[in-house]
Design a protein around this ligand. Structure first.
Ligand code: HSE
Length: 400
């Protein structure tokens, strides 16, 4: 029997316990041994909960128990999750986590410590919730040189943008309703400002490069500036607006960014709506492959954590390879990235805009007092210089 401990009995932690209980037959068969939840660490007590007698408040009960071989870290945040994870790994206990903040900040160090101690640090649930994406990158696409990853990596913002598109509503109204219904956090900053998607594309960029890409070095723009009027133009162009995390490993360097993009109906991510996430991976031999599913929520996320538990159970005393070392990737200067831009200017500045941008494709939509257009392909640097001369209202990048 393999003894498991769960750190944090919140949404994901209680989901892990539920998945292990509900699917115990399948899970035990696939693990090759029976799994047993021996401890649940939480500050709170849970009177009446079927697992109430497993709840402990002192992490040392778990770390000092040699019977515990696998720990699920579902606490979230950097502290104390970092210290508990490190101590568990140093004690030779594998750790499975949903904590993207910790993985993005300390991934290579924790993987190294795990391997030095003949155990594993697995993090399938840290990106895309229940969608298998970490394991495909680590195991299935090993024959590929991955040149690009593009993903809808945040359910909250995708829900908000989908609603804005469908209802013609403004950002603030949709956010308020999403908060009322519990779809968006009371403090939605990490989601709407793109920080959550940034951590996730950082993790994917690390697995793509095998080196370390720091989240704080990734250009990140959220969706707070997107308006109902932007969606009127998007519809007129046969496009929609999505918050994308992108990494490109091209001839001129490694780029990574998070920002809202206009995407066309033909784009594989166009149909990804509501809280769903999807990740498109481009390999140099395979071409495109796409991974789609529930990117958040109790049971989908817990299912991914438990899939890691099964993997750890199958590899007790053995290291599961993960190519992510701590050498930093020098990110290419994002000002050199080339693309087309959708631009809105005050109607009175049409001549200045044309003088600055040259030939443009005018976008006709039912919006008065504005001149809107799509630029030719240019670098971000060129765009910023021209935009300053033209005095633009807003711009959205176009994903081709
Ligand atoms: N806040 C995240 C989201 C949860 O909205 O996608 C899953 O990481």
């Amino acid at each position: 029997m393999i003894q498991v401990a769960v750190l944090g009995y919140g949404t994901v932690g209680s989901g892990v316990v539920e998945v292990i209980e509900k699917n115990k037959e399948e899970i035990n068969k696939k693990s090759g041994e029976e799994l047993n939840i021996k401890y649940i660490l939480d500050l709170r007590d849970f009177p009446g909960d079927p697992y109430e007698d497993k709840v402990v408040h002192d992490v040392n009960r778990i770390l000092d128990d040699p019977q515990v071989q696998i720990v699920c870290e579902t606490m979230g945040g950097l502290r104390p999750a970092y210290d508990f994870t490190k101590r568990a790994l140093l004690a030779g206990k594998s750790v499975c986590t949903s904590n993207k903040e910790l993985v993005a900040a300390h991934g290579p160090e924790l993987i190294r410590i795990a391997h030095e101690n003949k155990c594993n640090y697995l993090f399938e649930a840290s990106v895309g919730g229940g969608i298998p994406i970490i394991r495909p990158l680590n195991y299935s696409l090993t024959a590929e040189k991955i040149d690009a990853i593009t993903g809808i990596l945040n359910g909250t913002t995708n829900y908000i943008l989908s609603k804005m598109e469908k209802e013609g509503a403004d950002f603030a109204d949709v956010l308020a309703k999403a908060q009322e219904k519990g779809y968006a956090e009371k403090n939605p900053e990490a989601d709407v400002e793109g920080h959550d998607a940034c951590r996730k594309i950082a993790i994917l960029s690390c697995l793509m490069s095998g080196k370390n890409v720091r989240a704080e070095n990734i250009y990140t723009e959220g969706i707070t500036g997107i308006t109902a009027t932007d969606f009127i133009y998007a519809r007129a162009m046969g496009k929609t607006i999505k918050l994308l995390g992108k990494s490109v490993n091209g001839e001129d360097g490694f780029y990574a960014m998070v920002a809202p993009f206009l995407i066309s109906r033909e784009h594989p991510l166009y149909m990804v709506n509501g809280v769903f996430n999807a990740v498109c991976v481009h390999g140099n031999m395979l071409g495109d492959s796409m991974y789609y599913g529930r990117g958040a929520g109790k049971l989908p996320t817990a299912s991914a954590v438990v899939s890691d538990v099964v993997d750890c159970a199958r590899h007790i005393g053995k290291v599961i390879m993960c190519f992510w070392d701590d050498q930093e990737v020098a990110l290419a200067d994002m000002e050199r990235m080339r693309r087309r831009f959708f631009v809105r200017v005050d109607a009175k500045r049409e001549r200045e805009a044309i003088a600055a941008f040259g030939s443009v494709s005018v976008v006709e939509a039912d919006v008065s007092g504005e001149f809107a257009f799509v630029t030719n392909e240019m670098s971000e640097k060129e765009f910023n210089e021209k935009a300053e001369a033209a005095g633009i209202i807003s711009r959205i990048r176009i994903e081709e």
